[in-house]
Write a protein that binds this ligand. Structure first.
Ligand SMILES: Nc1nc2c(ncn2[C@@H]2O[C@H](COP(=O)(O)OP(=O)(O)OP(=O)(O)O)[C@@H](O)[C@H]2O)c(=O)[nH]1
Ligand SMILES: [Mg+2]
Length: 413
């Protein structure tokens, strides 16, 4: 048995089968089991009376767990109740604090974040069922090369939407901050007006972590934003590395923004990502850039015709807009709305969301499995030596991988 979680095997699949209610805190819970289940999000249905700040738990647990419950301490229960109450009450400070909680690397806080998240998910499900099973928010991913004009576009479109009574949240995923700690994107800086808008919430990218981690926290941040009543969630990412594919897997609509630049600057745009685009926007279509913008629009329109269509109900188009003059911006949003309406009407949007849940689960498994592998004592012991031998060519990478996997599957020393 791989060293994944000591109690996982014992708890096993029956975890999902039994529905047993238990009181908010029981001192008898085995901490390892509790941690494991919290991490797995097993305590799926938490009922909370916000006014009374009380947390009653109804849980899916095993007979193995019996009447065990996660022993949240008093302060932890109060913290979660305060965050949940503030969050669904639409307080921006509570939303920010909740996102910080899901971004944490601290083991116990990570568990608390999962409890909060399950509660918010349950709340959102209730809202969706009241909404006839339709999503309560529209998630749009905006990607493009560095400097394409993504933030400026979001600022202009965001202001237009808050002006129409929407609540808009903006999340940023910056692949450079994962590896170097630095930031590629200007993040908040170019959204000065929107960041002052009370109907908007802007969250810069998490400062650290792997791309996998960023994927997880962005997915979770989206859920939190929706719980806080934001009906439009915009996710900005730079078209570098794999982050744009990760974002495409967590939104309802994926929009590619392209500047009217020369061939070299556009070389970096991957064919694969153009295929994923539901809409292509040529930015900065103003002044001297108007002519090159039209040319790029024509080029991409021909290119799109050669690509396989992703949806039966939607044909991706190439449109132009200027965030400086606002010309084309309302039209771009109108296109996004027609996309949403068409995809909702045929059920493809709901289908895409269901598929994304699975992708999300697998990316979590990958991230966690790798972490457990790297932290396994046998692997840690053998790794430096084997890595050295592989780099020197003394043994093949395949053999080294086999040896490490063997070390992983043998019992810990
Ligand atoms: N002429 C013109 N310039 C624009 C327009 N939109 C953005 N810019 C300029 O393009 C530059 C980059 O804009 P950003 O909005 O920061 O681009 P970005 O894609 O968010 O950049 P990163 O997040 O750093 O990848 C800035 O100097 C903007 O002033 C536009 O509609 N017209
Ligand atoms: Mg930006």
């Amino acid at each position: 048995m791989p060293h994944i979680c000591p109690n996982m095997r014992r708890v096993g699949f029956s975890l999902l089968r039994h529905h047993i209610s238990f009181p908010p805190s029981s001192p008898t819970v085995h901490s390892g089991t509790r941690a494991c289940c919290l991490r797995l999000g097993v305590f799926a249905r938490h009922r909370s009376s916000v006014a009374g700040h009380s947390w009653q738990r109804e849980s899916h647990v095993t007979s193995a767990l019996g009447s065990h419950a996660p022993d949240l301490t008093g302060p932890e229960q109060r913290l979660l109740s305060k965050l949940y109450g503030g969050l669904i009450g639409g307080q921006r400070a509570s939303l920010a604090e909740s996102i910080t909680l899901v971004e944490t690397q601290h083991a116990r806080k990570k568990e608390l974040a999962q409890v909060l998240l399950q509660r918010v998910l349950a709340y959102r499900r209730e809202q969706e069922s009241r909404n006839g099973g339709k999503p309560v928010a529209f998630r749009v991913g905006l990607s493009g090369p560095p400097g394409a004009g993504k933030s400026t576009f979001i600022e202009v479109v965001g202001k237009m939407l808050t002006g129409r009574g929407h609540k808009v949240s903006v999340l940023a995923v910056d692949p450079s901050s994962c590896t170097t700690g630095g930031s590629l994107m200007g993040d908040k800086t170019r959204m000065t007006e929107l960041s002052r808008d009370m109907s908007a919430f802007i969250r810069p990218s998490p400062a650290s972590g792997t791309l996998g981690g960023v994927t997880r926290t962005t997915n979770e941040a989206i859920v939190l934003c929706e719980g806080a009543g934001y009906d439009i969630v915009l996710v900005e990412t730079v078209g570098v590395g794999q982050s744009e594919f990760a974002v495409a897997d967590m939104v309802d609509m994926f929009v590619l923004l392209i500047p009217p630049a020369g061939g070299d600057e556009l070389q970096g745009i991957k064919r694969g990502i153009i295929e994923r685009a539901d809409l292509v926007v040529v930015t900065k279509s103003d002044g001297d850039l108007l002519v090159p913008a039209r040319r790029i629009q024509a080029e991409y329109t021909s290119a799109l015709k050669l690509l396989r269509r992703q949806s039966k109900s939607w044909n991706p188009e190439v449109v132009r807009a200027s965030s400086h003059t606002s010309e084309g911006v309302p039209e771009v949003w109108a296109k996004m709305e027609s996309y949403r309406d068409a995809m909702l009407a045929c059920g493809e949007l709901q289908g895409r969301r269901r598929a994304q849940q699975k992708v999300w689960m697998w990316s979590l498994i990958q991230e966690n499995a790798l972490l457990h592998f790297q932290n396994h004592p046998g692997v840690r012991e053998a790794l430096p030596h084997l890595e050295e031998r592989v780099t020197k060519g003394a043994i093949s990478p395949g053999l080294a991988a086999d040896l490490l996997l063997k070390a992983f599957s043998s019992p810990s020393p």
